[in-house]
Design a protein around this ligand. Sequence first.
Ligand code: AMP
Ligand code: ZN
Length: 141
Amino acid sequence: MTDCVFCRIVAGQIPATVVHEDEHTLAFMDIGQVNPGHVLVALKAHAESLFALEEAQAAAVFRAAARVARGIRAAFEPQGLSVYQANGKPAGQTVFHFHIHLVPRHDGDGMNLTWPVKNPPREKLEDYAARIRARLGAAPL
Ligand code: AMP
Ligand code: ZN
């Protein structure tokens, strides 16, 4: 039996409260509920992170996220909604099976992300962009 908690949810081996299911994705309530209506949209297949997603999986997971986000908005009428998605421990990932957080947001709800801007000169931006453009064909991990 796998020790991946989300694989076990997908397999029906542990309970989850499901809000949406399709060929590639399963969306269920995050057990921690940062705010009421907090949903995780997970891939059904085990892929550790964004870097491992095939094109069809990437398309499906964001299609599902948009659909579920509209449902959250209609049901909870939040003032906003944050999409949070962590890849790797330094990024805050704790469950290493790809998922997107949809978190309804309200003024003063206490959810904060420190955003330490560096504002580098334009030449730096050009250099960074060129490096990424040269590797856009990189295969999924
Ligand atoms: P992340 O830090 O992005 O990897 O988030 C993992 C999320 O999974 C956390 O917000 C947890 O509350 C949530 N989580 C962990 N186990 C379960 C579970 N069995 N059912 C629902 N959500 C879970
Ligand atoms: Zn898994």
